[in-house]
Design a protein around this ligand. Structure first.
Ligand code: HCA
Ligand code: CU
Length: 463
């Protein structure tokens, strides 16, 4: 098994092929920059011939001066490769379907397919690009032909070969053997690209690495055609935990995942590994009691590894130990008998699926008749969207807004508005004062304010 695994992120290419997803050029740049900070080795930025905005994004990302190698996807056509050259990417990934059915659908003979692949690879090499050749649907192709076309691509100058499991039909055992065999027969570095149609993309990618793949394709949150491909987050953590292989900065994964959730409009389910809201939450009394004794009893790895924190859910499943611990964190100490009564009351309220801190404190007050010694802050929070005048430097205004009392955070955003400010104040009067100050700033064209009613963003306490 390889001692080093390269991570190729294709959120911007495969990920944008997710139904319903279309990133703006600016969003792609932000994602690419964060991917680079996180430390992926290769970024597949897009297929430039798809549309003018994809072209622009690939070109801009290629010229960002990022550490990662930047790739453009391309069919085995000179016109596609030309676009990749124009964009200034480091590497072009030339793909061609290699199953009999796909060749038939394109009316291509095997000989013609090899010719097309070879001439596209040569053209790219002649123009100074590194080349990966992708034998699309490799896991369902005729093995003899697969090896033949890959060898021809290597001879023409490709130094990486991608062998995608395009419809996700492999098992870990099969794909491991497949990569072992291809490693012997194809003289190049191999990439694995595993689709998740049967939920095996992470397992299959790990098995491909065991079989000899030296790079694995992932997307943030597992985006991609149909059920997507190997998600970066569990894959990178599994490499660390199960194989002791270091790849990306694991503690930055939640931030990356949230950014892509926001731009893609696709949220992760609560029980998603690593980044799901529940990934480090413990509920049953038996579990929480053991976790409070030693977290490893019910945790495969500490949440801090991925920049998160453990959570204890208070519900009808909760035992005394968990309630005592939760209250201790809130600064409340109860006698044993009081605790018993609080737990009993919790169990009488199955309709409350998870007690928020405030609910719990209210219950304590109700049961014991004592007002807990801490105040639940009842601040007013609002989001103010700011539109700047067109000739004004947004960053300068953002800085000024950050200086106003009550403004907690300021973001420069894309879309209709230019800036978003997060305000936390104690009264409506203070809110109005704050808004007035923002509105009357020189260069501010208009604002739109939304008061926050409920917050769902306490998922990642490290943020
Ligand atoms: C595609 C197909 C692809 C290519 C993978 C690769 C697949 O959408 O063009 O270039 O390695 O799954 O076969 O994503
Ligand atoms: Cu794919």
């Amino acid at each position: 098994m390889a001692r080093r695994v390269l991570i190729l992120d294709t959120t911007l290419r495969e990920g944008e092929q997710t139904p319903g997803v279309s990133f703006t050029v600016e969003e792609k740049l932000r994602i690419a920059r964060l991917l680079d900070e996180v430390g992926v080795d290769m970024i597949e930025a897009g297929h430039p011939i798809v549309s003018p905005d994809v072209y622009e994004a690939v070109k801009k990302i290629a010229n960002e001066g990022l550490e990662a190698e930047i790739l453009a996807h391309s069919r085995a056509l000179k016109s596609d490769v030309e676009k990749a050259v124009e964009c200034g990417v480091d590497r072009v990934a030339i793909f061609l379907g290699v199953t009999d059915k796909k060749l038939e659908s394109m009316k291509l003979s095997k000989e013609r397919a090899i010719e097309l692949a070879v001439s596209a690879v040569e053209y790219a090499r002649d123009h100074g690009l590194k080349v990966r050749f992708t034998a699309e649907d490799a896991t369902r192709a005729d093995y003899g032909f697969l090896v033949e076309i890959c060898k021809a691509a290597v001879e023409a100058g490709a130094d990486r070969i991608s062998l995608p499991d395009t419809v996700g039909i492999m098992t870990p055992w099969k794909i491991r053997e497949f990569f072992e065999r291809c490693s012997r027969d194809i003289p190049a570095e191999l990439d694995a690209h595993c689709h998740n149609d049967l939920g095996m993309a992470v397992a299959n990618a790990l098995a491909a690495v065991e079989g000899g793949a030296t790079a694995v394709h992932v997307t943030v949150n597992g985006l991609g055609e149909r059920s997507g491909i190997t998600p970066l987050e569990p894959f990178a953590v599994a490499l660390k935990i199960l194989y002791n292989l270091d790849t990306v900065k694991l503690s930055k994964l939640p931030e990356l995942s949230m950014l892509v959730e926001r731009y893609s409009g696709i949220s992760m389910p609560a029980h998603a590994p690593i980044v799901g809201e529940n990934a480090f939450a413990h509920k049953a009394g038996v579990h929480t009691a053991a976790v409070l004794y030693d977290p490893s009893t019910y945790e495969a790895f500490p949440p801090e590894l991925v920049g998160r924190q453990r959570d204890i859910v208070i519900s009808k499943y909760t035992g005394k130990a968990a309630v005592a611990e939760k209250l201790k964190r809130l600064g409340v100490l109860l006698t044993d008998e009081q605790l018993d009564r609080v737990v009993a009351e919790i169990k009488k309220r199955p309709e409350i699926r998870a007690f928020r801190d405030e609910d719990l404190l209210e219950l304590v007050e109700h049961v014991t008749g004592v007002k807990p010694p801490i105040e639940v802050p009842r601040a007013i929070e609002a989001l103010v969207l700011v539109k700047c005048e067109s000739n004004i430097y947004t960053t300068a205004i953002a800085r000024k807004i950050l200086g106003i009392k009550g403004v907690e955070n300021v973001y420069e955003i894309s879309g209709e508005f230019d800036i978003e400010a997060h305000i936390v104040v104690n009264s409506i009067m203070e809110l109005n004062e704050c808004l007035e100050k923002i509105r009357t700033l020189k260069g501010v064209h208009g604002t739109s304010t939304r008061v926050i009613l409920k917050k769902f963003n306490f998922r990642y306490s490290s943020q």
